[in-house]
Design a protein around this ligand. Structure first.
Ligand code: ADP
Ligand code: ADP
Length: 234
């Protein structure tokens, strides 16, 4: 049974003559442990789609079923709990600039009122995983883009999520740094059997790490299949 099941998903911004139909009847499933990519040009609806998975954006209609639970039907309290199992990283990292690397990664644990020793252990483990143990007391402004994204990845993993959503996570990075971040995503995919959904406008990102890919155009998923199927078609 699929871990994520998106059914008849629609997203419309605005109304009347100003309505923008950003997602048109999206249907797909993602298996546990899979790396699923969504590729398309700017404005295709990718960001809207990935933000609907954790209800950062509320779908206009349709279902987002995770582990058998339709997130669109949950109360705000239940949703807050369900969201702990879904980490997210962004193009521009979204770190707290006034907090150290350690405190950025600790923030979600503190929100969940984790005990001090759990926070210590978990943050140190995650900084080790992303290769930033030595920078625990640095501030984001003292880090390179790749290092900032590593902090964001560690923070996203703090509550042991089952799913990691990546919103153009390498688009602000140079090619070499992109490679190293994609290698890290592959590592954590294997280490934690983490399911990853990512959106990108870059074909090489999808080719490097995705198992399956959906192609989006003007709100529609126009193709879906294994990376081999999608990129070998004439
Ligand atoms: P992509 O991530 O592929 O660039 P988006 O999901 O950001 O696509 O955008 C899809 C369409 O929805 C675009 O036409 C965009 O302008 C529009 N859109 C996105 N967010 C909003 C919003 N908050 N309000 C109104 N229109 C939006
Ligand atoms: P990024 O995804 O890199 O942060 P974007 O410019 O795509 O930057 O989007 C920034 C924010 O503006 C997003 O929250 C998006 O939903 C919103 N947005 C995008 N297009 C529109 C639009 N046409 N009208 C209103 N808000 C929009």
């Amino acid at each position: 049974k699929a871990l994520i099941s998106v059914r008849n998903l629609e997203k419309v911004y605005g109304s009347g003559t100003n309505a923008v139909h950003a997602i048109k009847n999206a249907n797909f499933e993602i298996e546990k442990g899979e790396i699923f990519g969504v590729i398309g040009f700017s404005g295709a609806g990718k960001s809207s789609l990935i933000r609907c998975i954790n209800l950062l954006e509320r779908p206009s209609s349709g279902e987002v079923v995770i582990n058998g639970t339709d997130l669109t039907k949950l109360s705000s309290g239940e949703l807050r709990k369900a969201r702990r199992k879904i980490g997210m990283i962004f193009q521009h990292f979204n770190l707290l600039s006034s907090a150290t690397v350690f405190d950025n990664v600790a923030a979600p644990l503190k929100l969940n009122k984790a005990p001090k020793e759990v926070i210590q252990r978990k943050v140190n483990e995650l900084l080790e995983v992303v290769g930033l143990s030595k920078r625990a007391q640095a501030y984001p402004s003292q880090l390179s883009g790749g290092q900032k994204q590593r902090v964001a990845i560690a923070r996203a993993l703090a509550n042991d999520p089952e799913i990691l959503l990546c919103d153009e996570a390498t688009s602000a990075l140079d090619p070499q740094t992109t490679e190293s971040i994609l290698d890290l995503l592959l590592d954590i995919n294997r280490k934690y059997n983490l399911t990853i959904m990512l959106i990108t406008h870059e074909m090489h990102v999808v080719k490097k790490i995705c198992d399956r890919v959906a192609v989006m155009e003007e709100g529609n998923i126009v193709e879906m299949g294994s990376v081999l199927e999608i990129f070998s078609s004439p």
